[in-house]
Design a protein around this ligand. Structure first.
Ligand code: SF4
Ligand code: F3S
Ligand code: FES
Length: 245
């Protein structure tokens, strides 16, 4: 506020620890005074330090890099460390991301989901030769191509795109925009031995590209502004050209 007064915030957090026998989900509201430049990271830490040490949530980098602080912020997936309270109403809700395994309160196990997706899609470079060729590893890549790969590599695996996706909520095995983005990234990599057919084989069903209903929430909520819409459309076009339907 411009006159030096700060708002009184009411933050309602979903509380539930599935490990606690007999526990049931409930909302708990905390009140605190907003401070200049306050992020949800600061607000939640203040609540934990001064009001309730039992509130569980995750943060590592506080800088939008690790992806661990993603949660539902007033019903929309986002990074708590990059969200300022001034951009929210004085009363708002926080809840854990859906789809992912709940650890407790606002903390979910995105790592388990991401690991399973990554193993399924084999999201690593499959070298063309079994022997490691150091010269090839150091080979220069065209700057434009390196830039294109870098753009897609900026995914921090926060899970926001999955949490915001209707298909992911309906199908447990749906790979989400994060998975489709990984395929788009590896098919660009000249060091990867896989063919387009190999990539599309693993995403050519309803748990992959064909499960996507073009809802595009993924694109809207990605905190790294990845061009998810473009990648989805591109992969679909490429698959159609190869006869996938
Ligand atoms: Fe998060 Fe965007 Fe990566 Fe999805 S694509 S996991 S929203 S950074
Ligand atoms: Fe989901 Fe994004 Fe497709 S929100 S349905 S993956 S366009
Ligand atoms: Fe790392 Fe928010 S704490 S992205």
């Amino acid at each position: 506020m411009t006159n030096g007064e700060h708002r009184k915030l009411k933050i309602s957090c979903l509380r539930y620890n599935p490990q606690e026998p007999g526990a049931a989900p409930r909302m708990q509201t905390y009140e605190l005074e907003e401070a200049d430049g306050m992020t949800l990271f600061i607000a939640l830490n203040e609540i934990r330090e001064k009001q309730d040490a039992s509130l569980q949530f995750d943060f590592v980098c506080r800088a939008g890099i690790c992806g661990s602080c993603a949660m539902m912020i007033n019903g929309r997936p986002g990074l708590a460390c990059r969200t300022q309270t001034k951009d929210l109403p004085a009363s708002f809700t926080l809840a854990p991301l859906p789809v992912f395994e709940l650890i407790a309160d606002l903390s979910v196990n995105t790592g388990k989901w991401m690991r399973a997706m990554s193993e399924r899609l084999q999201t690593w470079v499959h070298m063309k030769s079994a022997e490691v060729d150091l010269k090839r590893i150091e080979e220069r890549m065209e700057p434009e191509l390196a830039e294109e790969i870098y753009l897609l590599d900026r995914c921090i695996e926060c899970g926001c795109c999955v949490a915001g996706c209707g298909s992911a909520r309906m199908r447990e095995d749906f790979i989400g925009a994060v998975g489709i983005n990984k395929i788009a990234r590896f098919r660009l990599d000249p060091r990867d031995a896989r063919t387009d057919g190999d990539y599309y084989e693993v995403i050519g069903d309803d748990s992959g590209v064909f499960g996507c209903m073009s809802l595009l929430a993924c694109h809207d909520v990605c905190p790294k502004d990845l061009p998810l819409q473009t990648q989805l459309a591109f992969i679909r076009r490429k698959m159609a050209a190869l006869g996938w339907k």
